[in-house]
Design a binder for this molecule. Sequence first.
Ligand SMILES: [Zn+2]
Length: 356
Amino acid sequence: MANPREGELQYPLGDALPAPGTSLDVAPGVRWLRMRLPFALDHINLWLLRDELDGRAGWSIVDCGVADDATKAAWEQVFATQLDGLPVLRVICTHMHPDHIGLAHWLTERWQCRLWISATDWNAARIASRSTTGLGGDSAARFFASHGLVDPDSIDKVRRRSNYYGSLVPEVPTAFHRLMDGQLVRIGAEDAKLDWRCIAGYGHAPEHMALYCEKIGVLISGDMVLPRISTNVSVIDIEPEGDPLTLYLDSLQRYRALPAGTLVLPSHGKPFRGLPQRLAQLADHHAARFAEVLAACAEAPQCAADLLPLLFKRQLDLHQTTFAMGEAIAHLHALWQGGRLRRRRGDDGVWRFRAG
Ligand SMILES: [Zn+2]
């Protein structure tokens, strides 16, 4: 959802954006790339970190873009013009979503280098890439129906939407280097090594890794903290009783310890300062949604589909509706698991939640 208080944030680079295939310097040894995405969210930011590994000078890449020809062509242009003639030494993925890991296999093959990622997300990506029903199919259709999405046309489209993940992530590297919470990853040219600390985050992806470098005051936030939109946090059919929103909000606490002046490099939008303000905005945003859901559920039992007009005050297409359903269920589940709502399954098979 769009951030109405974006004006509280500062964009130190102004309106500058790197054109496809080019880069902008955003911090010492850190270059910003922007790749096109074939979604409503039409771009992703990727980062090049000047590096040296096993005695070889080169670059580490953070996140990859989706596996399509346009993104590969943009990468080829980057290789030819933005790497100062040096190789790629490793590919770091913040998490397993297709826009982040899509080309990891192609990049690691192309440069004969290793993928660095959390074990949880590597496994999840391997499974999702091979699944024939990633984010669709009968199971997803039944799950949405059990939360009140009963329109036959929508349910049919969800059922037929198969291989969504695999089409964007056709292959995942068969080996990886494991990133864990708190781990320090040393990245930098020989005379300028920097420690980047992994910060695990939950609720958006299975085990998202942000990277924080204290010395230069930079946080690569991935999708955990974005300036313009709130991070998608959804309950999905493979974990039907999940409470990802509580996990997400708890994970955000970890960023509160970082200095107020930290330069945040998000996966979508522009590099910004104002991390404490953004964290407060996100807490307020979800608190307001919780209050709306609680008030509605105090009046009458509500299913997730009932809440869509309340939580999303605009027309939604099918893709947006499935995201919105996942988010509505996430708000309901946080309140349910937190003991503020009770749920009951109706004779129609739909879960409804009421206060108490
Ligand atoms: Zn993501």
